[in-house]
Design a protein around this ligand. Structure first.
Ligand code: UD1
Length: 336
């Protein structure tokens, strides 16, 4: 298949493109480079002996999209282009509505106009209400931030689009915590880009770019008091996108799947695993809890296993080893 990957120069987009190439598909990367560098896309060329063309542009620009789709011959789109900071969305909600939601609407309109009606949509575990239980797709949704609400509204838009034209094939993937890097060490999450997520920050400390990690709270109702998350190797996540494409192939439908491992790890476990993998120490101090942080968040991956035939295979040690291989060979990130 020939697949357009929006947000293709970003962390997860690059790995999804790698999975496409490794599985014999073609990938074209589209990105406005607001949080990625062009060097990231050239790094892909070393993988799978093939390259993925890169187009710089914005999904809100319908004229640009028309140019992309005309003669593009795309079978499907993986839509990952979005802003992703929860804190920023609280401070500046309109930026999230204008960028993420308007971007998705614009993309859907141009896809419909050009007869491309197969979409894999990047959603998030943040659409769920907090619960210490494994989160299943049928649980009530109740996002606690504008970022999460926009994701949920976008899911609703997709349901409306599918109801109006059941020929659409739509896969909504609710990601849990994506971490790690491609085992080649050629692509990964750029350490020089701003990220408030845990593994990038641990990586910055291990590289000496940040003095110490701040651990947000050790008084949560969890075994060691630090928050527990479902950390998923980014190549497991990327391969789920291939499984989702296959799932949509036999007939038009709209489906929702959680992508996680079903296992939880605490912040302190992550720090220790990263220290083991890197041979570096990661100094940290405990600070107050971060507003809005759920103590525990873990996927029930049963539906993805049953319907997509997909399951995560890589554990924490592999995640940290792969992340460190990329970081230690790219301490200054991708070339601009
Ligand atoms: C966050 C977002 C989520 C988004 C995901 C991917 C929030 C509340 N949730 O998930 O919506 O889909 O990122 O972008 O922001 N931690 C520290 N110190 C740090 C950073 C993190 O202790 O410097 C802890 C956090 O308290 C949390 C865990 O590490 O318990 C994971 O944090 P993070 O990587 O930011 O992911 P989430 O908060 O799960």
């Amino acid at each position: 298949m020939k697949v357009l990957v929006t947000g293709g120069a970003g962390y997860i987009g690059l790995h999804a493109a790698a999975a496409l190439l490794e599985n014999g598909h073609e990938a074209v990367l589209l990105d406005n480079l607001s949080n990625a560098s062009p060097g990231a896309t050239s790094a892909l060329a070393g993988l799978a002996g093939r390259t993925a063309p890169f187009l710089k542009g914005d999904v809100r620009d319908s004229r640009f999209l028309d140019g992309v789709f005309e003669g593009g011959g795309f079978d499907a789109v993986m839509h990952l282009a979005a802003l992703k900071s929860v804190d920023e969305s609280v401070e500046n909600p309109l930026r999230y509505y204008a960028n993420n939601m308007a971007g998705t609407v614009s993309l859907l309109q141009r896809m419909a106009a050009h007869g491309v009606r197969t979409l894999i949509f990047s959603s998030s575990a943040t659409v769920y209400r907090d619960s210490p239980e494994l989160l299943t797709e049928t649980l009530p949704t109740e996002p606690s931030s504008p970022y999460g609400r926009v994701k949920l509204f976008e899911e609703e838009i997709l349901r409306d689009v599918h109801a109006a034209d059941p020929e659409w094939r739509i896969s909504i993937l609710r990601y849990f915590n994506a971490v790690g890097a491609h085992p080649s060490g050629l692509i990964g999450e750029d350490p020089t880009r701003t990220s408030t997520n845990l593994l990038p920050r641990i990586g910055q400390v291990a590289l000496g770019l940040r003095e110490r990690l701040e651990v947000f709270g050790d008084d949560n109702p969890t075994p060691d008091g630090t928050c527990v998350r479902d950390y998923l190797h980014v190549m497991d996540l990327a391969n789920a996108h291939i499984a989702a494409l296959e799932f949509l192939r036999p007939e038009p439908r709209l489906a929702v799947h959680n992508l996680g491992t079903g296992r939880g790890h605490s912040v302190l476990e992550l720090i220790r695993a990263f220290e083991r993998a890197s041979g570096r120490t990661v100094p940290f101090r405990i600070v107050t809890r971060r507003a809005g942080d759920a103590p525990i968040s873990r996927a029930d991956p049963a539906r993805a296993r049953a319907e997509l035939g997909w399951t995560a295979t890589r554990g924490l040690d592999r995640i940290c080893a792969d992340q460190w291989r990329f970081l230690s060979s790219h301490p200054n990130g991708f070339p601009e």
